[in-house]
Unconditional design. Structure first.
Ligand code: MEV
Length: 457
């Protein structure tokens, strides 16, 4: 490295570099860490040790993890927990969740146990269709383009057959291809809209490869069309990409019981009052965007944790879920409740474009283990599990909110984080757990309690 930044000694100040580094990605992992600790840390030795401490002991595993990303330095640990006793369609799952928020696994486990004795979760697939577009600009009479598309639709489909044949053997592939006229929204703007079934794969690479090929073939067809004028032969492919909005790749999970079965002495209200208060909370999530956002955040606490644990793309799932929540123009809570004929029915319908084969699902050792734990589900069963955990999490959150409030459970879990922060020893932790059983937990109250213990000793 010939950059003046790199000549600094390890004890140099933490003044951030002002000259951009060149060729960083070409450095070895050790060289990257050296660069960072020299330039961004006052205690470079401590920082170097910390980076290395989180390397995996097994070099082959570490290499695999390094290659998931770029400029990798080390690993960033999240706990992988499990929720046992999740009964879905009469099958008992132990569901893995990778999440750092302390109360999420506990709340899911509590909700799973609650519904275990009330028939469990009933989940069904509402569709498996994924989509993607070639977005392009063409200036001319739309009907002329439509006629050309109709004439060559088959040729377009054949042009991607080498890419789709394997997926077809598995029962999927490209389901349809259409020309969409969007010239009313943007001059000259059209789409080739592809519809896909990607079976057990999330299918992003498959869809994107097909779309890019379609884009090239379509441009060639238009350029070579003898009946077109010179200007009609011009077509600009703006981009070819799958859409993460997949409302037709959707799953519903439902729980249901009689009102009496909701009875819980700790609620300090009757089962009927609880059910109505719960239903009101759901209605509020449908009409108020500020509440809807938090409500859905709770749902995605459950969804994301399973999606991450199984090596799926949680950003895609979140983006789609939130777009779906706003499908009628207002962002609303995703879950639904019905109280009818003495029964309480709570459900969640959510689009989930996830897979159980390919990508990280088969590369990440923990994702593999998580999928094994779930009995190697296909994509459909995985969608059912994920949606059910979203529903469980939402049930747990709303139940707490309309009864004891959320802080009681949250702070109980957070106590451990505070004790860790205060570097409490085992004896202090045990005494604090007992003491705060019936005391208000805050950082201040815990700090004062631990200081009191330490002074006393
Ligand atoms: C916290 O992570 C999630 C909740 O805020 C969700 C909700 O309010 O429904 C508890």
């Amino acid at each position: 490295m010939n950059n003046e930044l790199n000549t600094k000694t390890p004890s140099a100040s933490v003044q951030m570099p002002t000259i951009p580094v060149k060729g960083f990605s070409k450095l070895s992992k050790i060289e990257k860490i050296d660069f960072l600790v020299r330039n961004y840390f006052s205690n470079s030795d401590a920082a170097r040790i910390q980076f290395k401490k989180f390397w995996h002991a097994d070099e082959a595993i570490q290499r695999t993890i390094d290659e998931f990303s770029e400029n990798t330095l080390t690993n960033f640990s999240f706990p992988l927990g499990v929720v046992p006793n999740v009964l879905i369609n009469n099958k008992l799952y132990c569901v893995p969740m990778a999440i750092e928020e302390s109360s999420v696994v506990a709340a899911s486990a509590k909700a799973a146990n609650f519904w275990l004795t009330r028939g469990g979760f009933k989940a069904e697939i509402l569709g498996l269709k994924k989509v993607g577009q070639v977005h392009f600009i063409w200036n001319g009479e739309p009907l002329k383009l439509q006629n050309l598309f109709n004439k060559y639709k088959n040729e377009l489909i054949v042009s991607v057959s080498s890419l789709t044949s394997n997926m077809e053997k598995r029962g999927g592939g490209m389901l349809d291809l259409r020309l969409v006229d969007r010239t009313h929204d943007e001059p000259g703007y059209f789409q080739l809209l592809g519809e896909f079934n990607t079976c057990d794969a999330m299918g992003a690479n498959f869809i994107n490869s097909v779309l890019e090929t379609l884009g090239r073939t379509w441009k060639n067809i238009v350029m070579g069309e003898v009946s077109f004028t010179d200007s009609e032969k011009e077509l600009q492919v703006v981009m070819a990409i799958l859409s993460n909005y997949t409302p037709e790749c959707r799953v519903r999970s439902t729980v249901e019981c009689s009102i009496e079965e909701l009875n819980d002495p700790s609620f300090e209200m009757s089962a009927q009052e609880f059910a109505e208060k719960f239903a009101r909370a759901i209605r509020i999530s449908k009409i108020d965007v500020t509440r809807a956002t938090t409500h859905n955040k709770g749902i995605f606490n459950g969804i994301d944790a399973v999606v991450i644990a199984t090596g799926n793309d949680f950003r895609a799932v979140e983006a789609c879920g939130h777009a779906y929540a706003a499908r009628d123009g207002q962002y609303r809570g995703l879950s639904d409740v019905e109280i009818k004929d003495g029964r309480f029915r709570f459900s969640l319908e959510v689009p989930l474009a996830i897979g159980s084969v390919g990508g990280l699902t088969s590369l990440h050792p923990m994702a593999k283990l998580s999928l094994d734990m779930l009995g190697r589900p296909g994509a459909e069963d995985l969608m059912k599990v994920v949606a059910s955990l979203g529903l469980a999490q939402n049930f747990g959150a709303v139940r707490s909110l309309v009864t004891s409030g959320i802080q009681k459970g949250h702070m109980k879990m957070h106590l451990m984080n505070i004790l860790n922060h205060l570097e409490a020893n085992e004896a202090e932790r045990e005494r604090a757990k007992v003491y705060f059983e019936n005391e208000v937990i805050s950082f201040k109250s815990v700090r004062e309690y631990i200081a009191g213990l330490r002074n006393y000793v």
